[in-house]
Ligand binder design. Structure first.
Ligand code: TRP
Ligand code: ZN
Length: 888
């Protein structure tokens, strides 16, 4: 905690380190109250640095020993500063020996070495290694590590670290040891250790090269029956990276460990991935289809980091998206390939774009907006953002769209050929893509350096005599903090043209010669403010399908008539745009209705939306469409996404409109929903595969719509599904339907559910989340849940399950007109700030968009932000978020 103003770190200030570290030997005497860490590093002067002193980082450490080349350092030979240890003028080659003492059981930040449920874990990314020992804790310092762990044998029978186990044995006094050696050099943020009472599910796996590797998933006793899916996901990931990118697992052993207290999703420590239990543990009893899918993607993500992140790492933290954007792209492609079908791929794409619009577009338009490669930060933990991850992935995807799948692969191959074992920059990645394909990607750099979501405007003109169709694309990008004007981006815009029957017209551009097999989708490259593309041989006025498969992370302004949207929704061969057309149609109606409701609260009384209802009915009943696709197409844009479209946000009006529309769709399609419900029931055993999950998804969407009617029939349906479900997906869907209305079985179901699952932490989280997001849960009800014995702020999953779910997932209650939601938010941020700054700072972001709201809400939100600002010493993390939110 601090009271002074934390300093800003700038990308332009990067300088190489004064010393390189070749080897690191560590010895840990593990004890929860007091752990002793002895570190011996061999270092050598970096000829490219002009600095003379050796700078190490350290935080919250007790320094017990400090020796350079065997001699204890006198008090004048070094200085301890704010988070630093500086050694003056050391020789060319240094053997540095340091002993520190740390207190793992008092570490509630969950960074560095900490205790969770009696076991030891570490989290070092981004700057947690400095909470273990003094070290040049920056990603461009890569070293070879050997680690010896010593601990009580009974309490900590399992001792794990990175790489290979080279020795183990007893120490005599009831303690034992294990020594691990990582054959690859790595930055300190990839260091990890785990010690405790754990069991593992292990399998051997044969790589394509024929080499056998040992795969382990470590969990607490009693959870072995929840490891199968993670293990399958790991094997699929290994195979996929070999097939798609020619990348092989480089270790003989690969371990995943699940921990219940964790700040984020998972961590790619070399050979020893540490996971939030939420992304490991699953079986049909406790996990939903979404959980199964998330586990596959997170296991993939962390595994893929082994090459994109670990073998080639980041020079500095401004380059974070170099590994994260690329690895998210890889996990998205992996998940899509695992589904395999074309619509399956589109479904995955739609889900990913939904996340982008729900979370990244608002970030890019708010006070924390930053480029994919930021220019400055105060606390790096605040920059593990949807911009770095999801927009970063879109940027990587655009290379593939521009260069083709083969061209992209060539770029990847060159990237590894050039940079294996190095710490590099986003520019190095772009150069590999450009050089491998002989392309000039200079302008593409702007995707890394400019923040904000570009808008692309489409205007068209058809010349019936010349059979030509002109498409004029223009781009703009609104200002973001510190960046008033923007230069034009290099934007790939994938386009198709539909004839009156809904078929694709073969595309020929006036500029290029016509081939016999003209494609039906073309990628236009928009590089200037405004450009016109001319299609020839267009026999009739077409309906354009623009930004197919969401070829760039932009907002598309295009004037469609309602009829054209309904037409695209029915016919577009591009499944993404088919979905998009329906969303546009719904959005347009909801924006208009919101305006009407604000003028006249009675405006929703005789609601009638024939165009929307008819197109929804057609989609719902189109048996040729994948159920998973229908589920997405029949889901209205979220309240957050609607809010983003408005200049001034009135959450109550948005909620009223969306709900009224859902009720209207429930009433007018009531029989269709019933048919879809019955038609997509599965009698057989549960499987989480995409096709079964898709059927369940559509069935449960139907249940949700029917529950809007809140009548006896829907209550009975939900109750019967709840009573008969053989899996958690159906259980949760039914419980949500009961919890959102006035079903007589509501209270019994909620109490019974808790009782049945009180020993399954991840299910208890779901129980809190479901109630946090229920329609009638106000702040008072959230406070009541906080005093439930199962609630604690110390466990991030639990805190998120109730507090974050309420603040981010229950807009009408969070934005209650009396301001109670904001008061609760401020209290929670202040309480969390003392326990876990990283988690607190995430919650602090819930008021990011306060300036967009109606004046009375705005004023109360500003008050709440100020309340946090003056509440006392704030962590760097929370301080940065609050200061930036309040800045003019
Ligand atoms: N590198 C991790 C990932 O994306 C992110 C991560 C896990 C992390 N734990 C963290 C980042 C703690 C900061 C702090 O897979
Ligand atoms: Zn990652």
């Amino acid at each position: 905690m601090r009271t002074d103003t934390p300093q800003t770190i700038y990308r332009k200030d990067y300088t190489p380190p004064a010393y390189w570290v070749d080897t690191v030997e560590m010895g840990f005497d593990l004890d929860p109250a007091e752990t002793r860490v002895a570190t011996r590093m061999t270092m050598r002067r970096n000829p490219d640095s002009r600095a003379r002193n050796l700078l190490l980082h350290g935080e919250g450490l007790q320094l017990a020993q400090l020796r350079v080349n065997g001699k204890a350092l006198g008090p004048r030979a070094y200085a301890l500063g704010q988070g630093t240890l500086e050694i003056f003028n050391p020789p060319q080659n240094v053997v540095l020996e340091i002993e520190t003492v740390i207190k793992p059981d008092q570490n509630t930040s969950l960074m560095g070495l900490y205790v969770s449920n009696g076991n030891f874990f570490t989290q070092c990314e981004a700057e947690g290694f400095r909470k273990i020992t003094y070290f040049p804790d920056r990603p461009d310092v890569m070293a070879r590590y050997t680690v010896m762990l010593r601990a009580d044998k009974e309490r900590y029978p399992v001792l794990l670290s990175n790489g290979n186990l080279i020795d183990q044995g007893d120490l005599g006094d009831g303690r034992h040891y294990a020594t691990w050696e990582d054959p690859f050099k790595k930055p300190s943020y990839l260091f990890a250790l785990v010690a405790g009472n754990l069991v593992c599910h292990e399998e051997t796996y044969r790589l394509q090269s024929g080499r056998e590797v040992l795969l382990q998933v470590w969990v607490e006793e009693g959870n072995l029956d929840k490891t199968q899916h993670a293990m399958e996901s790991l094997k699929n990931s290994i195979r996929w990276d070999e097939e798609r990118f020619g990348l092989e697992l480089d270790l003989d052993r690969f371990m995943i460990v699940a921990v219940g207290d964790f700040n984020m999703g998972a961590m790619e420590n070399k050979g020893l991935n540490i996971f939030n239990t939420k992304y490991v543990l699953a079986n049909p009893r406790i996990a939903t289809d979404a959980d199964f899918a998330n586990i596959e993607s997170v296991v993939g993500h962390e595994y893929f980091h082994n090459w994109t992140g670990n073998r080639v790492t980041c020079r500095d933290w401004f380059q974070l998206s170099l590994k994260e954007g690329l690895t998210v792209f890889r996990d998205q492609e992996f998940s899509a390939d695992m589904i395999g079908t074309d619509t399956g791929r589109a479904v995955k794409r739609i889900e990913d774009v939904r996340v982008l619009r729900q979370a990244q577009f608002p970030e890019d338009a708010g006070p924390m907006a930053h480029p994919v490669r930021p220019d400055s930060y105060v606390e790096i933990n605040n920059f593990y953002t949807v911009t770095i991850y999801e927009k970063g992935s879109e940027v990587v995807r655009m290379y593939q769209t521009l260069l083709g799948k083969d061209g992209f692969r060539k770029g990847m191959d060159l990237y590894f050929q050039r940079h294996d074992g190095q710490a590099v920059t986003c520019d190095d990645f772009r150069a590999a893509m450009a050089d491998a394909n002989g392309r000039d990607l200079t302008q593409f750099e702007l995707w890394y350096s400019q923040a904000g979501t570009p808008r692309v405007k489409v205007e068209t003109r058809y010349d019936a005599i010349g059979k030509q169709y002109e498409m004029t694309l223009s781009q703009s990008c609104p200002p973001t903090p510190g960046e008033e004007s923007k230069q034009p981006f290099h934007i790939p815009v994938a386009v198709g043209l539909l004839d009156a029957a809904g078929r694709d017209i073969p595309l020929r551009l006036a500029a290029s010669g016509a081939g016999p097999d003209a494609p039906t989708t073309l990628v236009l490259e928009l590089t200037r403010d405004k450009q016109t593309f001319v299609f020839t041989h267009v026999p009739e006025r077409p309906v354009p399908s623009v930004l197919r498969d969401f070829s760039a992370p932009v907002i598309l302004d295009i004037d469609y008539a309602d009829e054209e949207l309904a037409f695209l929704m029915a016919h577009d061969s591009d499944a993404f745009n088919r979905w998009e057309a329906g969303q546009r149609l719904a959005m347009r109606r909801m924006l208009a209705l919101t305006e009407q409701v604000e003028a006249d609260p009675a405006a929703l009384q005789n609601l009638d939306e024939p165009m929307l209802v008819d197109s929804f009915r057609a989609t719902l009943n189109d048996e040729a469409l994948d159920p998973a696709f229908r589920e997405l197409a029949l889901t209205l844009p979220s309240e957050t996404i609607i809010a983003e479209q408005m200049a001034v946000v009135n959450p109550q009006a948005i909620h009223a409109v969306r709900r009224a529309l859902r009720r209207l769709l429930a009433q007018q399609l009531r029989l269709d929903w019933r048919v879809a419900y019955e038609g997509n029931r599965d009698a057989g055993p549960y499987s989480p595969d995409a096709s079964a999950a898709g059927r369940r998804g559509l069935k449960n969407l139907a249940l949700g719509y029917l529950a809007e009617l809140d009548d006896t029939e829907s209550h009975l349906l939900a109750q019967s599904q709840y009573d008969n479900a053989n899996n958690m997906t159906d259980r949760m869907a039914a419980l949500a339907a009961l919890a959102n209305g006035g079903a007589p079985g509501r209270e019994d179901a909620l109490a019974g559910f808790y009782d049945e699952f009180k020993d399954e932490a991840l299910v208890v989280d779901k129980w809190f989340t479901l109630q946090a997001m229920a329609r009638n849960t106000d702040v008072a009800a959230v406070r009541a849940l906080m005093s439930h014995p199962a609630f604690t702020l110390k466990n991030p999953n639990r805190a998120r399950s109730l507090i974050f779910s309420f603040c981010n997932g229950n807009p009408p209650q969070f934005h209650a007109t009396d301001g109670s939601g904001y008061g609760f938010w401020a209290e929670s941020v202040i309480a969390l700030n003392r326990i876990n700054p990283q988690v607190a700072a995430r919650l602090a972001r819930s008021l990011d968009r306060w300036r967009k709201f109606t004046p009375p809400l705005r004023a109360m939100m500003q008050d709440a932000l100020r309340q946090v600002a003056r509440s006392g010493p704030l962590s760097k993390d929370v301080h940065e978020v609050i200061t930036k939110s309040l800045a003019e």
